[in-house]
Design a binder for this molecule. Structure first.
Ligand code: NAD
Length: 353
């Protein structure tokens, strides 16, 4: 089957890591008989250099005409002195908005061979660490009215509508169905009215999924439980602000920023897939970056946008196997271990698919 993918390499290590993801997708296409058609477009600093804007309209049009968008990362010191409205990050915010993505999915998984990189004590990791934070992306205090009073006091209005909560809740239950059938709703409903609406709405949605276990935690407890017993979580369903904080906490307990993918999804199957890390200007152009987060983002694309479950599993299993066999890039290697370049790691994963 044919799938159109808009490819936004971006800046810094973006082109290097995306090339390795494309290498792996090439093997998937061959092995499983698919055809991936790539449409490469500019975003971020690369677009500023070429066209003086971070998100050209051709990029937006190409993304909207595709089945999925695969992105590297944007930004770098050479654009840091530009005014905020024309900086590379505007490209990222702009494309998320143009695609209407409201659900940010961040899996956080600790790979057993990399357990040493985890900052938690080994006894806290019994049962493993393999969870997804499903964060609402378009509502909450980030998008409410903002103002300052004459005396300097600041206000940010926190709002959630019932339809906004329903659609992200359905998304979380859909994810749980494909995993271990467990949703943890995280809110602050002992204090906040928005959270009371959130919890009541999730309780109603939960009734539509009798086979999925639901539990409810206040966000302060959830933050504690993540470091005390992370194995209790499968899918964490939460709002924009709490999700921002908990997804960073969840990723840092896996210990390796170069390993973590993300997906941003909207009403349709058109999603945006990118590693959670940035453009790593300190190692850009040196063939040193870890391409695994981007390769795993491509696996999420296969699963969530194209419904290609066996193909997604094949990519994830290849990453697992390669780590078990001891292959490492510099960021995940111990001092005495030999390291692969970015392109070597991409090739070894591709050869395991
Ligand atoms: P960063 O994630 O780019 O880098 C942080 C550290 O992690 C660096 O030491 C880097 O070398 C390392 N690192 C990151 N990804 C790696 C990988 N795949 N392999 C090996 N090492 C890796 O964060 P930063 O340094 O704060 O930001 C650099 C630039 O990236 C800034 O311009 C920032 O605005 C931008 N940024 C972009 C995104 C995005 O595009 N989504 C996200 C975060 C930061």
């Amino acid at each position: 089957m044919e799938h159109r993918i808009a490819v936004l390499k971006g800046d810094g290590i973006g082109p290097e890591i995306i090339d390795e993801a494309l290498k792996c997708l090439g093997v998937v296409a061959e092995e499983f008989g698919h055809s991936f058609i790539y449409d490469e477009q500019l975003i971020g600093g690369a677009a500023i250099d070429a066209l003086e804007i971070p998100l050209p309209s051709e990029t937006v049009d190409a993304c909207l005409a595709s089945d999925a968008v695969l992105m590297g990362a944007v930004g770098g010191p050479q654009w840091d002195t530009l005014p905020p409205s024309v900086r590379p990050e505007q490209g990222l915010l702009g494309i998320r908005k143009a695609l209407g993505v409201y659900a940010n999915i961040r899996p956080a998984k600790l790979y057993a061979p990399l357990a040493d990189a985890c900052p938690l004590k080994p006894e806290r990791l019994q049962g493993g660490l393999d969870l997804i934070v499903c964060r609402e992306l378009t509502g909450d205090v980030y998008f409410g009215e903002k103002r300052r009073d004459a005396d300097g006091a600041g206000h940010d209005d926190m709002t959630y509508t019932i339809p906004e909560i329903e659609r992200i809740a359905h998304r979380a239950y859909g994810l749980a169905k494909q995993r271990r059938n467990h949703v943890t709703c995280v809110d602050k409903s002992n204090i906040l009215e928005t959270s009371r609406v959130w919890r009541e709405t999730v309780e109603r949605v939960a009734r539509e999924y009798p086979d999925i276990e639901t539990d409810y935690l206040y966000v302060d407890n959830a933050a504690m439980q993540l470091v005390l017993r992370p194995s209790q979580f499968d899918v964490i369903l939460t709002g924009n602000l709490f999700g921002d904080i908990l997804s960073d906490e969840a990723s840092c307990i896996t210990g390796s920023i170069g390993m973590l993918p993300s997906a941003s999804l909207g009403e349709t199957s058109l999603g945006l897939y990118e590693p959670i890390h940035g453009s790593a200007p300190d190692i850009a152009g040196q063939n040193k970056a870890n391409p695994i987060a981007t390769i795993l983002s491509a696996a999420l694309m296969l699963r969530y946008s194209f419904g290609l479950f066996a193909e997604a599993n094949a990519v994830e299993n290849a990453v697992d196997a390669v780590l078990k066999e001891g292959y490492r890039t510099a960021d995940i290697a111990k001092p005495d271990e030999s390291v692969l370049t970015c392109s070597e790691m991409g090739s070894v994963i591709a050869s395991h698919i």
